[in-house]
Design a protein around this ligand. Sequence first.
Ligand code: AMP
Length: 281
Amino acid sequence: MQICKTLEELKSQIQFYKANRRSIGFVPTMGALHDGHLSLCKAAKNENDVLIVSIFVNPIQFTQENDLIHYPRTEENDIRLLSSIDCDLLFMPTVEVMYPIKQDIIVGFGILEQQLEGKYRPGHFNGVGIVVSKLFHLVQPDKAYFGQKDLQQFLIIRKLVEQLNFPVQLVCCPIARDLDGLALSSRNARIKEEHRAEASLIYQSLLYAAELIKGNSLTEIKKAVMKYFAPTTSLQLEYFEIVDSRTLLPVSELSLPNELAICVACTLGQVRLIDNMLIKI
Ligand code: AMP
């Protein structure tokens, strides 16, 4: 596996791949890799000649300094994991390489970024839009792989690609989960031992709501879910929303679309966790 830390190294390798007509599958990450990331990498490896992974903890998408400072970094282990799955190239730039001058371009995503995560993390999707645009220009992938785990992020990137004509095909991969259903996340490493059991409630609440969707009103479902979380002491619910899975707009009883997403965000101790489930009715 080749490791590139500078733009020059990356550029010359991309030129080589392009000259040799190798198709590029790209998985952008922030590192602290887990099986969720690896499932994206495996899909990319299977469907392309070359697998490129980036690891970059993107400061401009963090809305809380503390979250950025404590974001897990496990460089050595990440390199080992990526080598073990035959990743061809790892792009691991520093902040100075990605942002040599102050980054002040703003990208907006209209009403899509005002929902869910956007409400709680203002400016987050601007940071995502900027870094993904830069990475797409640098890596020039044929296909790029993202996780359904960050559903709103996927929809934001799809909008970016469609409206700015990036010549890349996007692939949305299923959510990889722990044995008890907790969606894998780099942030899970920060969950305290004594809180870990409660974390499984997040996925269970999605299953519960999905079951209630047949035969109950949205208000009843939300009430039932709130009750479900009530006895927990460490888990603080931030939002629990049933939305149209294409727009992420809240749905009403009267205009239920046939594709819904149940989306949840909460904090467990100091750790913010999100999850979702897609439902066809
Ligand atoms: P991150 O390193 O958290 O920025 O994630 C990099 C990519 O991996 C994003 O496209 C995420 O949606 C995806 N991802 C993160 N967790 C999971 C998971 N549990 N299952 C599938 N994909 C995931």
